[in-house]
Design a protein around this ligand. Structure first.
Ligand code: NAD
Length: 463
């Protein structure tokens, strides 16, 4: 893997202020594949200065010109999709087909969607005797995780640039190589110097320096609820805008009228995708007691197809693997029934975890309440709809979910769920629909017109 030994600041690769590095490992082989600089507050300061210096001109650029630059960026992401997919396979461990379709494919779609929105959005609206101008919020600090490493970058950077903001990005420590590749694409697309800046490094150093910097007007964060809450507190104290995309523990509710085999098969696939490292994963499957045993048998058969090293990749790091194994042990200790998988390693090398199915999971168990972020599905039985709803809504999170059953009935149930997104009978992911959560799953929305709005201030002029 090609890795830069500097930071992308002010339109060029510059030496980092310090000499520390982050070693990037391939989680399937445990071998090093490259290293990037571990930045410092000094690097962040240089990047914020570059972003501030670029802000006035970029904010004043006509939306159609910003759209043209975003289209050029989209084209670079498309042109380099094979390298992107290979890089994500190498540093995250995603199987090649999934890396191509999702990790490389989705960011290009999202970049294209914000090019179109930049061109078509009404940045000037009339309300009675006022004209409301929607203006960029300023310099955005973006802090992203490793699980969809390019998508999460593009879901922040593309709307920020479409709005007329400039950006300082800190990608996750485990997956900085695809972020460097993204910076190359930005450069090739001809974005003005300083509009996008990249500082690699550790969260508590670089991430914190971004969140605390006076020159940053908004922090857009995706990651764990624990870190999101710290960033929210810092931003609140400084009266900065903040958007937080955090964890989830989403419910997949199979109503008695559902097509059971379809609901269970798609439900299992949803959890196993990306080795369970998806914040929106439907990690709790709720099935009516009359069809519960049949559903467990179907899930057991479905999960057997996820062979580690073939259809399912490793977890991103030894730390994540150990954390997930710890949860599997906890599930057994607390009395859930282990139907498939378990805590032992499936392969000699690589950070693999066995695809794991727990049945007879009771509401309130640790594996029912906490985000595991691995290939672990908890099956829960319910007696009636009210009980199913109480279980579905019974965690601190509210990010996503699914309901299966007769459409009107499923829709009515979905409307009662305290969660940001619900797929009805397998409705597919919509990159233009608002993405984000209720409760401890976050603050704000990404993607589409709602995502663009996060990066805009409203100024009203009265006549
Ligand atoms: P994390 O919170 O540890 O890290 C996320 C990012 O924050 C990384 O870039 C990290 O370096 C940085 N960071 C860590 N400590 C920091 C600090 N003190 N100050 C500033 N920045 C800091 O999370 P992770 O382990 O990278 O990702 C997994 C978690 O992210 C899961 O809980 C998952 O649900 C959540 N997630 C949520 C979404 C969403 O859209 N809702 C998407 C992906 C992941």
């Amino acid at each position: 893997m090609k890795a830069h030994d500097g930071m992308y600041i002010g339109g060029s690769w510059r030496p980092a202020a310090g000499t520390d590095v982050i070693e990037v490992l391939n989680p399937a082989t445990e071998e090093p594949i490259g290293q990037v600089p571990a930045g410092t507050a000094e690097d962040v300061d240089a990047a914020v200065r570059a972003a501030r210096a670029a802000f006035d001109d970029w904010a004043a650029t006509a939306p159609a010109d910003r759209a043209a630059k975003l289209t050029a960026l989209r084209d670079r992401l498309v042109a380099r999709k094979d390298e992107i997919a290979e890089t994500v396979t190498a540093e995250l461990g995603a199987p090649p087909a999934f890396a191509q379709a999702v990790h490389a494919g989705l960011p290009a779609i999202v970049a294209g969607s914000f090019a179109e929105l930049a061109a078509s959005h009404d940045f000037e609206q009339r309300i009675a005797n006022s004209v409301v101008h929607l203006e960029p919020v300023g310099v955005v600090g973006a802090i992203t995780p490793w699980n969809y490493p390019l998508h999460q970058v593009v879901a922040k950077v593309a709307p920020a640039l479409a709005a007329g903001c400039t950006v300082v990005l800190k990608p996750a420590e485990d997956t900085p190589l695809v972020a460097q590749l993204f910076a190359e694409c930005v450069d090739e697309a001809g974005l003005p110097a300083g509009v996008f800046n990249l500082v690699t490094g550790h969260g508590p150093v670089v991430g914190r320096a971004i969140a605390e910097h006076d020159g940053v007007d908004m922090v857009s964060f995706t990651g764990s609820t624990a870190v999101g809450s710290e960033i929210g507190a810092l931003a609140g104290a400084a009266v900065k805008r903040v958007s937080l995309e955090l964890g989830g523990k989403s419910a997949n509710v199979v109503l008695p009228s559902a097509d059971l085999a379809k609901a269970v098969n798609i439900g299992v696939a949803n959890v196993m995708g990306n080795s369970g490292q998806t914040c929106t994963a439907w990690t709790r499957m709720l099935v009516h007691t009359d069809r519960y045993d049949e559903a467990v048998a179907l899930a057991e058969a479905a999960i057997a197809k996820y062979v580690p090293g073939e259809r399912i990749g490793p977890l991103v790091s030894a730390r994540q693997r150990d954390r997930v194994r710890g949860y599997i042990e906890k599930g057994v200790e607390e009395g859930a029934r282990l139907v498939a998988g378990g805590p032992d390693a499936p392969l000699e090398r690589g950070y693999y975890v066995r695809p794991t199915l727990f049945a007879d999971v009771a509401p309130g168990m640790t594996i029912e309440q906490e985000e595991i972020f691995g290939p672990v599905l908890a099956m829960i039985r319910y007696a009636d709809e009210d009980e199913a709803l109480a279980i579905a809504n019974g965690t601190a999170y509210g990010l996503s979910g699914a309901v299966w059953g007769e459409e009107a009935e499923a829709t009515a149930f979905a409307r009662r769920m305290r969660t940001g997104m619900v797929d009805i009978n397998g409705g597919t992911f919509n990159p233009l629909a608002p993405f984000g959560g209720y409760k401890k799953s976050g603050v704000g929305r990404e993607l589409g017109v709602h995502g663009l709005g996060e990066f805009l201030e409203a100024k009203s002029l009265q006549y």
